[in-house]
Design a binder for this molecule. Structure first.
Ligand code: HSE
Length: 371
């Protein structure tokens, strides 16, 4: 049996990965070693019965890491940046599987999303690629939703408007949003009980409070409650006026699909108050005029997780929302219709769990493939 090391298994993405692996009994197929960057020597998690007495190993110990067949890290780019070159320089030729972005565009790395790029992954494995990295969450979720159209080479370009969940900024950001909700409620709860107070007065109190320094904004820098934040991540160095989150859309999509002719993708990325599902509104220019039924069939038959939601109000509100998709592997896509600007233009809205298909699931699947 192969020996697989896990670093960053306790964080938010790491925990989702661990849960999925337990659900699917993945741990029965290899020997797991758990690492810690700060608590080596403490008790490791019990993932299967035989692992009762394991202890955490030191995630900085190159000699120990060298003994692994496969290393899976959800620790983030800082860890990868430090350890990866040193481990490779030590002569280690094992498989490195990573959720962090640092190595994504590295020429020796393949970005994994096997329902979409199985052939690219298989070619990589056959050619001796040893580094596999999960994609940016919005990119992976968009590709899972539109795989059927990409697969048939039907897409000329896409413009994406995102509605990204707090979880994309990490566990602390979800807490911050919840604290903000509580702070705002506490500010006006007395007023809400008094039917003589007009709603505009309550709104005024909330807005004034939200503009003070009292509201918690360590992560987002501005209140997310009662607000939307139209910028995610740093500004792109290469393209002024574009955020790095927006820049990744075209770059990663084309790398994942290994396209020979660039598929044009542009986006405007926005943070909203949902907890762990990213939503995306898409404007798609097709290469030819297809009927809507054909488009829906191509989309839905592409993979087991994408579900076309009928373009009706009650069904969209029931099945095409962050709330309805959260915690599931379902990739919902709906609001599909021909746009009135031309027959080759379609609109769509898609929702996916940013921690599952957006992060953990492609990682557990490549691990299983490499065992
Ligand atoms: N960068 C994404 C976000 C998360 O901020 O929502 C993961 O790719």
């Amino acid at each position: 049996m192969k020996t697989v090391g896990f670093v960053g298994w306790r964080g938010m993405v790491g925990s989702v990965l661990m849960n999925r692996m337990k659900e699917e009994s993945d741990f029965n197929h290899f020997n797991a070693v758990f690492f810690s960057t700060s608590q080596a020597g403490e008790k490791a998690p019990v993932v299967i019965q035989d692992h009762q007495n394991l202890i955490l190993q030191n995630a900085w110990d190159i000699e120990y890491l060298k003994s692994l067949d496969i290393l899976v890290t959800c620790q983030g780019s800082t860890y990868t940046k430090f350890i990866y070159p040193r481990l490779r320089a030590s002569g280690w030729t094992g498989y490195w599987i990573d959720t962090a972005s640092y190595l994504r565009m590295h020429q020796d790395a393949v970005i994994v999303l096997d329902p979409v790029n199985k052939l690219v992954i298989e070619r990589g494995i056959n050619n001796g690629v040893k580094t596999f990295v999960g994609g940016n969450c919005t990119v992976s979720l968009m590709l899972m939703a539109l795989g059927g159209l990409f697969n048939q080479n039907l897409i000329e370009w896409i413009f994406v408007s995102t509605y990204q969940a707090a979880s994309g900024y990490g566990a602390k950001a979800i807490k911050e949003l919840l604290v903000q909700i509580g702070q705002v409620y506490n500010t006006i709860s007395d007023l809400l009980d008094d039917s003589n107070i007009p709603i505009l007065e309550i709104e005024r109190v909330i807005t004034e409070f939200s503009k003070t320094n009292t509201i918690s904004t360590d992560c987002f820098k501005k209140p997310l409650i009662g607000n939307v934040l139209p910028w995610i991540g740093e500004e792109c160095v290469e393209y002024k006026g574009q955020s790095r989150e927006e820049w990744k859309g075209q770059l990663e999509t084309n790398k994942i699909l290994n396209t020979s002719k660039l598929i044009l993708i542009d986006s405007l990325c926005v943070r909203v108050c949902s907890l762990r599902c990213h939503s995306q509104s898409l404007m798609i220019k097709l290469k030819k005029n297809l009927c809507l039924t054909e488009i829906e069939n191509l989309i839905e038959s592409h993979n087991n997780w994408v579900k076309v939601v009928s373009n009706q109000a009650d069904i969209s509100l029931g099945q095409l929302t962050p709330l309805s998709v959260s915690g599931t592997l379902r990739i919902a896509i709906g609001r599909l219709r021909k746009m009135n600007i031309g027959d080759e233009f379609i609109s769509a809205f898609t929702v996916g769990d940013q921690l599952l298909w957006g992060a953990a699931e492609p990682i557990r699947r490549i691990l299983n493939r490499l065992l």
